[in-house]
Write a protein that binds this ligand. Structure first.
Ligand SMILES: Nc1ncnc2c1ncn2[C@@H]1O[C@H](COP(=O)(O)OP(=O)(O)OP(=O)(O)O)[C@@H](O)[C@H]1O
Ligand SMILES: [Mg+2]
Length: 614
């Protein structure tokens, strides 16, 4: 038999490769926008017609190309961005594979105009189905314009496969946002069928978010900022109360590139596990900057998948950083999205020698010896009158600024040091606890120097109990019951109950078995009512079953949440003065005082102007 193998012509090879790189107009848009960024453009225009079917044009004011580069850039494996294999692990550009333009030119009619900054004339080139049709000098602005016409003109199957214009346009819009969001130092415009959809000015990350999604995002987001040896994490995550039923804006970027990474997305979502309701999702815009040698981007031609050498550590850092951001900022008002104005200080008087900065520290400070218990040391059951008189000091701005706190490095453990609530609108107060009143049997009202504090007693108590259970799993104060209580379940529920008994024991229950479906409870944690044990366990089992169906729910978190919900003081329960003060004090010792484990707001602070400008 004679030889049957031959080498495919470049045009065919390019068409095959194009199948992976360009599957719809939006992918061509992505490649062209990324090339413009790599060319150092400070201004990029995107023009599309008929959702990219008829025309996709990207015009930039970047470095431009010489006459011969303009020809070579359409060859396969033509790139100026890497030179050798080692460069693959030091990538600082969006592109590096040298295949995007070759792929696009294989399946469209392309017109390129490009001019180097120091040349008077540029070059114009027309290429169609990988064949150069014409190249000639032309007068054009410096930078590059690439117009991609009649995408898939030579692959009718692909063309027919495209969805209707509105869908293709929304894909393009999404790609535009992914690129523009994180490359916020660049001006962008986006024009579709003659209509200007976006006109974005260079600014910072937060400004870009509000340019793309509207100013109301200011009040929805908390800033994330964590610098570690493994990665620097910056960006914004939504406050828990703005979580939504669908996954909306969830953006992860690595080194200025949008990526999809289910594990890292899960890390962010896990940070919300005990504070937003099930099946609700946070919004986030997170930028992870890592050493390019610690990642591999060359996994798929679209470069949206990334492998990290430090994936596990990154997971913990990201989760912890998100948690910390929520804890610190979820009570704050709007983010300040405007750039900080430069301050022009008056010149110093002649001969003035600035004093050395003083560092004040407390030599007796011992981080392991707490004078003020943070979680559960003071019993927080409403019936235990041991209020911490210093709860209002959580609002003491001066105190938090002047006291030297150790600069704790970010642990690789998910749990971070307890963040203080953001208190920017609140003034210092005294050491004596403010008196409280109970409103309609369900809310606690107290006075702060700057306004009225209104607390939802049930949500607050739920938060307190949840954190106490979760953080102190070995319960030291099991109460022996005078008369043991029997509880009975269906066979299926009894199996589940058996499964969770070891954990329940950690929280202070003592439970024995009396046959297959009956159990005897001989001791309970302090907050439990004997008479409600059966309904408490029934409810825990129901919630446990539901929560376990979800992928990311932590088993003990789920149990603690359920128990806290059952044990929390209910609306209608009359509270003593000391009990109310105790709830307030304990709430402000929580890691996340502003939100209950089931996602309800625990408190609001009403300032006088809010009260009178209704
Ligand atoms: N807008 C532009 N301005 C200046 N040079 C450009 C522009 N677009 C492309 N080039 C040049 O053409 C080359 C080929 O571009 P192409 O997009 O095909 O490959 P790449 O960007 O190097 O890698 P990738 O295939 O991963 O995108 C680039 O390396 C760059 O030198
Ligand atoms: Mg490219």
């Amino acid at each position: 038999m004679s030889d049957i193998i031959n080498i495919l012509p470049d045009s065919v090879a390019n068409q095959i490769a194009a199948g992976e790189v360009v599957d719809r107009p939006a992918s061509a848009v992505k490649e062209l926008l990324e090339n413009a960024l790599d060319a150092g453009a400070s201004k990029i225009q995107l023009i599309v017609k008929d959702a990219g079917r008829t025309l996709i044009q990207v015009i930039d004011n970047g470095c431009g190309m010489s006459d011969s580069d303009a020809r070579i850039c359409f060859e396969r494996h033509a790139t100026s961005k890497i030179h050798k294999a080692d460069d693959l692990f030091a990538i600082h550009t969006m592109g590096f594979r040298g295949e995007a333009l070759a792929s696009i030119a294989a399946i469209a009619q392309v017109e390129l105009k490009s001019r180097l900054h120091d040349r008077e004339l540029g070059t114009q080139l027309i290429i169609e189905g990988s064949q150069i049709k014409e190249q000639s000098p032309c007068a054009c602005p410096y930078g590059t314009s690439i117009a991609v016409k009649n995408l898939f003109f030579n692959i009718p199957a692909r063309r027919n496969f495209l969805k209707k214009d509105s869908i293709e346009l929304s894909h393009i819009e999404e790609i535009f946002k992914r690129v523009a969001l994180i490359n916020y130092h660049t001006d962008y415009s986006f024009n579709s069928n003659g209509r200007l959809l976006y006109d974005l000015r260079a600014g910072n990350f937060a400004q870009r978010i509000s340019q793309l999604y509207g100013n109301n995002y200011r009040e929805r987001l908390c800033p994330v900022n964590e610098q570690t040896d493994i990665a620097n994490i910056t960006g914004y995550v939504s406050k828990p109360e703005f979580a939504r039923k669908s996954r909306g804006e969830q953006y992860l970027f690595v080194n200025h590139r949008f990526i999809k990474h289910p594990a890292l997305s899960a890390a962010v979502e896990k940070a919300y596990a005990d504070i937003i309701p099930d099946h609700y999702y946070p919004t986030y815009f997170i930028h992870i900057e890592v050493d390019p040698s610690r990642i591999d981007i060359n996994i798929h031609p679209t470069k949206t998948e990334v492998k990290f050498i430090d994936e596990h550590a990154l997971f913990a850092i990201l989760r912890a950083a998100t948690k910390k951001a929520i804890g610190q900022f979820s009570l704050s008002n709007e983010l300040q999205f405007n750039p900080i104005e430069e301050v022009n200080y008056p010149p110093a008087p002649k001969g003035y020698v600035p004093p050395q900065p003083q560092i004040h520290y407390n030599p007796n400070y011992n981080p392991f010896k707490s004078t003020q218990p943070r979680h559960s040391e003071p019993a927080s059951h409403p019936s235990t009158p041991a209020p911490d008189p210093k709860w209002t000091s959580f609002f003491d701005l001066n105190q938090s600024r002047n006291t030297s706190t150790p600069n704790t490095p970010l642990p690789t453990q998910p749990e971070l040091p307890i963040p203080q609530p953001d208190t920017s609108a609140i003034h210092p107060s005294t050491d004596t606890p403010s008196p409280c009143i109970q409103l309609m049997g369900s809310h606690i009202v107290s006075v702060l120097p700057s306004g009225l504090l209104v607390i939802d007693q049930q949500a607050a108590h739920e938060r307190i109990l949840f954190e106490r259970l979760f953080n102190h799993r070995s319960a030291p104060h099991a109460q022996q019951l005078l008369f043991p209580v029997n509880c009975q379940f269906s066979p299926a529920d009894a199996d589940i109950f058996n499964e969770i008994i070891p954990e329940l024991k950690q929280y202070g229950f003592e439970i024995g078995s009396l046959g297959q479906t009956t159990f005897v409870v001989t001791a309970t944690p302090p907050d439990t009512q004997e008479g409600e044990l059966q309904s408490l366990f029934d409810q825990i089992i129901v919630e446990y079953k539901g929560a376990m169906i979800q992928k990311f729910t932590d088993r003990s978190q789920c149990l603690c949440r359920s128990m806290a919900r059952q044990l929390a003081v209910k609306p209608g329960t009359q509270l003593q003065q000391s009990e109310m003060q105790q709830i307030v004090a304990d709430l402000f010792c929580c890691q996340m005082p502003g939100i209950s484990p089931s996602g309800r707001k625990t408190m609001v602070i009403l300032q006088p102007d809010q009260l009178f400008n209704q």
